[in-house]
Design a protein around this ligand. Structure first.
Ligand code: COA
Length: 166
């Protein structure tokens, strides 16, 4: 694998990003297979606050998106990480970790107060994400809904992602 670089997505990346997302979630039993469509809908709505790609071997092999979330229907500088996708043959090489760390850094640069995600606790706790009782995503097991706060407190309430998530 040649040296990895991470950069913002460009307009010309969108088809390749959809392909990577589709491949990454293809064999995930809990995926609704809407992840690529969700990213495209958010892109069309200018709702991708941060959309990064990872490139190596002369091609894009990974992608991560962050978008605004509301807590009790108010936006208070919290964001959602979703989805993060690595082309299967490039998984487990540290690319997902690099995208997540870079995304977190960029969120802090725009004065985000925190970030939520739905995912495997065993993976995301290494970045500081933790399940907590204050933030609720209805309909999902609480231990999979995790938050990383960039300030002293974590708000309480019901979290809603962009409408593209349905
Ligand atoms: C999850 C994903 C983004 C991780 O990226 P990656 O580049 O493969 O992971 P990294 O190389 O940074 O980290 C590897 C570690 O993650 C763990 N890991 C990878 N996928 C995991 C998963 N779905 N659940 C739990 N742990 C996982 C590996 O076991 C490995 O653990 P270790 O460091 O303790 O050995 C990537 O595997 C992927 O695209 N998966 C399919 C799509 C998906 O599930 N996305 C997340 C939900 S939005």
């Amino acid at each position: 694998m040649s040296e990895l670089s991470i950069r913002n997505e460009r307009e010309s990346d969108s088809a390749r990003i959809s392909e990577i997302i589709t491949l990454a979630f293809e064999n995930d039993p809990i995926s609704n297979k809407r992840e690529a469509e969700i990213v495209q809908l958010m892109r069309d709505d200018s709702a991708l606050t941060i959309s990064l790609v990872a490139e190596t071997d002369g091609k894009v092999v990974g992608h991560i998106a962050f978008s605004k979330v509301t807590i009790n229907d108010e936006f208070n500088d919290w964001y959602g990480l979703a989805p993060v996708s690595i082309e299967p043959k490039y998984q487990n090489k540290g690319i997902g970790s690099k995208l997540i760390k870079e995304g977190i850094k960029l969120l802090q640069n725009i004065n985000a107060k925190g970030c939520v995600l739905l995912g495997e606790p065993g993976y995301y706790q290494r970045f500081g994400f933790e399940a907590n009782q204050q933030l609720v995503l209805p309909g999902v097991p609480a231990e999979y809904f995790q938050a990383l706060s960039f300030c002293d407190s974590i708000p309480s309430g019901t979290v809603k992602y962009h409408q593209a998530f349905g």
